[in-house]
Design a protein around this ligand. Structure first.
Ligand SMILES: Nc1ncnc2c1ncn2[C@@H]1O[C@H](COP(=O)(O)OP(=O)(O)OP(=O)(O)O)[C@@H](O)[C@H]1O
Ligand SMILES: [Mg+2]
Length: 268
């Protein structure tokens, strides 16, 4: 009897440890808009230190997945669970998720007139009582990170994304990533629309974030090259709101050779 109890406890402990080792866990998530289901049963486990790449045809639901992890209220989760560091955040608001350390860089960053890039970052940090110490060296860190990203310091004083070119907006997203230093970053096509030099700079920013092994990342991209350049642990192919295949670099070759047709065909 005692042995059974100990065995039960041991199993419980092991189960809890398994859950805790995931920074993000999606358990059979169904989600979409009020009248349209867009994701049909997504399961995903991401551990600290891991980078996962998400690819798939246009309209597959990749951005939707990013939004539901971030808690965008426009989307509804109808079934399943999202756990962050073992805690159920399925019902949590997006600002609380951001506080916990989830960051989403938008595919199309929005322009925010009336607040400068610098003030935006400062106010996000200031609004979190746990981060007040960071305000002391905020200016130095901002300068340092803008230098790394080869951004003109003048951009810090410009309204957030207002009049920024497509590439400048993407760099500003990476600057936010480095300044806010989340635990989990979801980058939605942050590599698209960049010239060769800007791409190299953005990759430097991504690499700096990855160097901290407590961080995890989901990179949504259409560019198989990026997956050849950056280190990643897993790649998932999303087709019609379902993960059609997960694996390693061999999937990059499959996509390069036959696009997404194979996965569409496999699904039918
Ligand atoms: N607010 C919305 N209103 C209507 N349809 C929407 C809305 N948001 C998403 N959708 C639809 O959901 C589907 C998935 O969109 P999503 O943006 O997630 O695709 P994606 O995989 O990111 O595509 P892309 O590679 O083109 O960025 C698309 O068919 C899209 O039209
Ligand atoms: Mg998208």
């Amino acid at each position: 009897m005692i042995i059974t109890d100990i065995g039960g406890l041991d199993l419980q402990y092991k189960l809890e440890c398994t859950v805790m080792t995931n920074i993000l866990q999606l358990k059979n998530v169904y989600a979409g808009l009020e009248k349209k289901e867009l994701l049909h049963g997504i399961s995903l486990n991401i551990k600290p230190g891991e980078t996962h790449v998400l690819m798939g045809p246009n309209g597959a639901g990749k951005s939707t997945l990013g939004h539901i992890i971030m808690g965008n209220p426009s989307y509804e989760i109808t079934d399943g669970q999202i756990l962050f560091e073992g805690e159920d955040i399925t019902e949590l608001s997006s600002d609380k998720r951001a506080r916990k350390g989830i960051f989403l860089s938008f595919q199309s960053p929005i322009e925010v007139p009336g607040i400068t890039l610098s003030n935006f970052l400062r106010s996000v940090i200031e609004s979190d009582p746990d981060r007040h110490a960071e305000i002391l060296n905020f200016k130095d860190r901002l300068e340092e990170n803008m230098k790394l990203l080869k951004m003109d310091p003048k951009y810090a004083k410009r309204d957030l994304n207002v009049g920024f070119s497509g590439g400048e907006k993407k760099k500003a997203e990476i600057l936010q990533l480095l300044m806010l230093n989340p635990k989990l970053a979801i980058l939605d096509e942050t590599d698209s629309g960049l010239d060769v030099d800007a791409m190299k700079t953005v990759l430097l920013g991504i690499k700096q974030f990855q160097d901290d092994k407590t961080h995890a990342m989901i990179i949504i991209t259409h560019n198989t090259k990026i997956a050849e350049i950056i280190h990643f642990d897993k790649i998932h192919v999303l087709v019609d709101g379902k993960i059609a295949k997960s694996g390693g670099p061999e999937i990059i070759d499959e996509i390069n050779n036959s696009g997404f047709e194979k996965y569409l065909a496999d699904k039918k």
